[in-house]
Write a protein that binds this ligand. Structure first.
Ligand SMILES: O=C(O)CCC(=O)C(=O)O
Length: 308
């Protein structure tokens, strides 16, 4: 009798449970020791923070267990963060970014796979367009000065093209500072900010780092050109420690090597191309804008000159 009641309870739970529980397995399918609670994707947790640029906040995107699991995976392999050099595209160390970080493998374990699937469901962008999840740690005083996630060089665009969207997940709650700030967001001056915000956060539209929350923002405009309003940075941590986790999603497949050729052949290299093309520069300044097959110009895409 007791056994039957238990079975009925289990059957009821399995159809009504809102929060799935995951037993984490690594890539080889071997069970790991953690049990992780994973919230389902629920669009009603999402609010619009800004339309220019497009920024959305998802409260409770990750469970506490998922955050702790990602921090644990990252902790052992932290290295000083790098930035992409604007000329060569190579990763270089820079004083504008003082955090440390590492990249996970894609589908490294069940928890990571579930989060990657949830990101794809939220952004409506395929998993293959995304880079591996990065884990970042900012200790006291560490920051990332305002920057763009789209590229200024050709080399970085070879794999998947520009970073179209960024999902930034917060894995810890920062007591003071550590906000993500968007200094170019339209109308940021009207965001109400009390003394719990740092001075840095008062210079733009600010999102506080709260464990489990995530922001999604678009680095390109709807017409595919870079959006200068997407400038963003991480304010210095004043109290506590910040763990965050960006997932960058490209315009094309990041995993499929055959998508590389397309970007080598034709792209805009300046965020101003669409405007220049609209004002007649493709005809008036063809060498600079279009160039030749061997020496491509800045704006082949906006000039509709991809088949040179
Ligand atoms: O951690 C943050 O708040 C910002 C991170 C960021 O801007 C980036 O990694 O591109």
């Amino acid at each position: 009798m007791e056994m039957r009641r238990l079975l009925v309870l289990f059957a009821l739970l399995s159809v009504t449970a809102v929060v799935p529980v995951l037993f984490s397995r690594n890539k080889n399918g071997d069970p790991a020791e953690v049990v992780v609670v994973a919230p389902p994707f629920n669009a009603s947790g999402v609010t619009v923070i800004s339309w220019k640029p497009r920024i959305f906040l998802y409260k409770g995107f990750l469970s506490d267990d998922e955050c702790d699991h990602l921090v644990k995976l990252g902790k052992e392999k932290m290295k000083r963060s790098m930035v992409a050099d604007n000329e060569s595209g190579k990763s270089v160390m820079s004083e504008v970014r003082t955090s440390s970080g590492m990249f996970l493998d894609k589908q490294q374990d069940t928890v990571v796979s579930t989060i990657e699937e949830r990101i794809a469901a939220w952004t409506l962008l395929p998993e293959e367009n995304a880079e591996n999840i990065q884990i970042l740690r900012y200790e006291h005083g560490q920051r990332y000065d305002p920057h763009f996630d789209y590229f200024h060089d050709k080399v970085n665009q070879l794999q998947g093209g520009h970073r179209y969207a960024t999902v930034l997940m917060y894995l810890s709650t920062v007591e003071k500072g550590g906000e993500t700030v968007f200094p170019n967001a339209e109308g940021w001056e009207s965001q109400l900010k009390d003394d719990s915000f740092s001075d840095c956060a008062k210079k733009g539209l600010a999102v506080k780092a709260v464990k489990g929350d995530a922001v999604l923002f678009f680095n390109l405009q709807a017409d595919g050109t870079p959006d200068p309003l997407s400038l963003h940075g991480s304010c210095s941590v004043i109290e506590g420690e910040k763990w965050s986790s960006p997932k960058w999603i490209h315009v094309r497949s990041y995993d499929d090597p055959s998508s590389m050729k397309q970007s080598e052949e034709c792209s805009d290299l300046s965020e101003n191309c669409a405007a220049w093309a609209a004002s007649g520069e493709c005809n008036n300044n063809a060498v600079y804008m279009i160039g030749t097959k061997d020496s491509p110009g800045q704006c082949q895409k906006s000039c509709n000159a991809c088949s040179l």
